[in-house]
Design a protein around this ligand. Structure first.
Ligand code: 5AD
Ligand code: SF4
Length: 475
């Protein structure tokens, strides 16, 4: 059986894409290996959001050069966003790469590997650029909704990603995504529902809906428009699905009908990822985010008011073009007052091909970017810790995902899989909980009493149901 090694970096969309590629290759007889040296085919599913992610892939490719020299039959593939972004440049920088396949052509991977094997020629399959055709042509070249899935590639057997939208039309000036993932397209609601039903039938309990701006989801058919909230209501009726999550939200599209759906639907995770990116109007304008800080604040206040104890997370970019100390302090103010459960903080990385790279100088020194990143991270960590401390003494409902990281490491070292082990799972508002439990609890939703918390994790014990003697009826 041919062996496949696949490495995935980047966002959840890439995790899902890898699942689809693995499923397609398994159908061809491939089996997975975690050893790239032993693999017949090595695939990197790549990310282009920051330069660092791309450079890491080139380093990883560099490490394969010798292996390819020793075994010329080894097929090396680069797929995903960097493939779309760099195209032939990948072959120029790493001439021993056999195949470069964009996110819109992943269904062709098995056939392209066969072509490499039969012809020995390098294969390049990518979508049209944003200016290389009509919108319909470009959109079609990115379309790759593929229902074939591989359950073993999922985060866990009972959790799965479901793509509801591809591409993005927001064109934030720093962002490469609209170029590499193409025009925003919402998937047909019936296809999404069918996929959710199929997943539920396979034992999946939690689905995470994926899109660059999921809450901009809209599907028009004749007179009828399906909004994102309508879609969530339909998915809520799917038997077997207990939890529905979704990422990422666009602040401007956080409408009341969506917030009401999140509030009213018990299966809906009370967790919203709504990236602010900056707390300065000048920066938001330069980024072309399409909202002011005031509007973001209003959205957040509305969210907190409508959904009690909702957890909100955010992304911030520090050191974007022209960011002054005052701009940065405004972002710090926004972090301080917003009580995000967590924020992902990134140093601006100029991406060739974006409006930012064309028109706005990357003029904040790297040392300043780093210092701002650390300062914001420290503030967010303090907030996250204080926020988590509110759970001390409370019981939370946890969907148990599997052994904790520490337990999994220990088990791998010992080569043993004990029944009693440290487990991890997530609450309805996406907080990570670690506790001592029993393997049989994996996949179950159980109550955990919290006794300790740090910025990233809650620690607890399983709540055992004490039956009051007077309620016990015998016979
Ligand atoms: N530089 C740094 N961070 C970026 N992001 C997107 N593009 C860039 C870039 N060029 C961040 C944004 C986005 C997250 C996924 O990555 O914060 O929300
Ligand atoms: Fe990139 Fe902006 Fe689209 Fe998000 S909304 S994917 S940051 S262009």
């Amino acid at each position: 059986m041919p062996k496949l090694y696949i490495e995935t970096v980047g966002c959840q969309m890439n995790v899902l894409d890898s699942e689809l590629v693995v499923a397609a290759l398994r159908k061809e007889g491939y089996e997975l290996t975690s050893d790239s040296a032993a693999a017949d085919t090595v695939i990197f599913n790549t990310c282009s959001v920051r330069e660092h992610a791309e450079e890491k892939i080139y380093s990883a490719l560099g490490r394969l050069k010798n292996a390819k020299q020793q075994n010329p039959d080894k097929v090396i593939g680069v797929i995903g966003c960097m493939a779309q972004n760099h195209q032939r440049t990948v072959f120029e920088r790493a001439p021993y790469v056999d195949l470069v396949v964009g996110p819109g052509q992943l269904h062709q991977v098995p056939e392209l590997i066969r072509k490499v094997q039969t012809t020995g020629d390098q294969q390049l399959e990518v979508s049209l650029g944003r200016k290389e055709g009509s919108r319909t042509e470009i959109a079609r070249s990115h379309e790759s909704f593929d229902p074939l899935r591989d359950p073993t590639m999922r985060p866990t057997p009972f959790q799965a990603y479901v793509r509801i939208q591809i591409g993005c039309d927001k064109f934030c000036t720093y962002c490469i995504v609209p170029s590499v993932r193409g025009p925003e397209q919402s998937r047909h609601p019936e296809d999404i529902l069918a996929e959710a039903r199929q997943l539920a039938g396979e034992g999946c309990k939690e689905i995470t809906l994926l899109g660059q701006t999921v809450n901009s989801y809209k599907y028009n058919e004749g007179e009828q428009t399906t909004r994102f909230s309508d879609l969530i209501y339909s998915l809520h009726d799917v038997d077997g699905i207990d939890r529905i999550k979704f990422v990422t939200n666009y602040p401007k599209d956080m409408t009341d009908d969506l917030l009401e759906a999140v509030r009213d639907l018990p299966k809906c995770s009370k967790y919203l990822h709504v990236p602010a990116q900056s707390g300065s109007d000048a920066q938001l304008k330069a980024m072309r985010r399409g909202y002011t800080v005031g509007e973001y604040r209003e959205m957040l206040a509305r969210t907190y008011e409508m959904i009690p104890r909702v957890a909100v997370t955010s992304d911030f970019i520090v050191g974007f073009s022209g960011e002054t100390d005052e701009d940065f302090q405004m972002s710090m103010d926004l972090v301080r007052e917003s009580r995000f459960k967590n924020s992902f903080i990134f140093k601006y990385s100029e991406r060739p091909g974006t409006k930012g790279a064309q028109h706005l100088p990357d003029d904040v020194p790297d040392a300043v970017k780093r210092a701002r990143n650390n300062e914001m991270l420290q503030l967010q960590n303090e907030i996250s810790e204080a926020d988590n401390q509110r759970f001390l003494g409370e019981a939370v409902q946890v969907l148990v995902e599997g052994p904790s990281k520490a337990a999994a490491k220990k088990e791998a070292e010992l080569g043993a899989v004990p029944l009693q082990t440290q487990l991890t799972g997530r609450t309805m508002c996406d907080r990570i909980v670690v506790f001592d439990g029993n393997r049989r609890q994996i996949g179950e939703t159980i109550d955990i009493a919290i006794y300790d918390a740090n910025a990233h994790t809650l620690f607890g014990t399983v709540v055992t149901q004490h039956v009051q003697p007077e309620l016990v009826t015998l016979g």
